[in-house]
Design a protein around this ligand. Sequence first.
Ligand code: NDP
Length: 287
Amino acid sequence: MTARLLEGKVFAAKLREEAGQKAAELKEKYGITPGLAVIIVGENPASQVYVRNKHKACTELGFYSEGVEMPETTTREELLAEIDRLNKDEKIHGILVQLPLPKALQPYESEVLEAIDPLKDVDGFHPVNVGRLVTGQKALVPCTPHGCLRMLELADIPIEGANAVVIGRSNIVGKPMLHLLLGKNATVTICHSRTKNLAEVTRQADILVAAVGRPNFVTADMVKPGAAVIDVGINRIAPKKLVGDVDFESVKEVAGAITPVPGGVGLLTIAMLMQNTVEAARLQLEK
Ligand code: NDP
């Protein structure tokens, strides 16, 4: 069997279209243009590419977008002051601090993320949003796992009652993925580096999400025939070669549906950021 290919561009286009429609509604009813501010500290080249892509997505959807570039030598106080300014700026509905921060600021990462107004926290990393997600309340949810969930829904892959297995327990992907799937009534198991008999667990999965950060980690023998396999991993194995956490060539012969890397989940993240920016604007309006 060859699995159905879940192409990121197809779902990303739908999610962007949804974001555009919701934004048009906000504009029409309330005269609000969603605004996103992205703070980048230092000169990490990969981060600069991500920030440019975010700006481009905003422009395409007619959002207001502000890029705040701060030097490598920025202090904790300067960064917190900038966040405070954006928290108070009514044009800005979403604030995102591009990670990783330069080394000198890394000890303050939690403090920096918690300084963002939870209603403007479009990355969904603030403990208030984490708590709201866990308790099933309206929340701003991290973009990558949220994109995975929306893709499963748009692809009509049954979630309710399904056995879902997530490999990886990071705050950015694994844990929010667990809660999103649980919220849709899947039976969810989360695995990590201390999990025993991993393949035995993953073979139970109707939905298998890999967020490990190890090239080609999930092999065909770990996958239940017909399962939906979502590959979150992005691993650079040569200067111009990216692979996922799933051994695509072997797994596609067993799985029922599979996301490629590149061209899969990675494309959904920015589309979900646009959705979160609109959602943040709505939440602020309700407030
Ligand atoms: P982390 O490194 O924070 O987490 C990796 C997880 O994998 C950990 O929970 C770790 O377990 C687990 N793990 C590591 N080795 C094993 C093993 N041998 N068996 C089982 N579990 C294992 O990574 P992230 O969650 O941040 O990212 C995961 C991947 O997703 C990366 O490739 C990253 O680049 C990609 N990514 C892609 C995004 C996108 O598409 N836009 C966004 C974010 C991430 P333990 O906790 O025990 O150490």
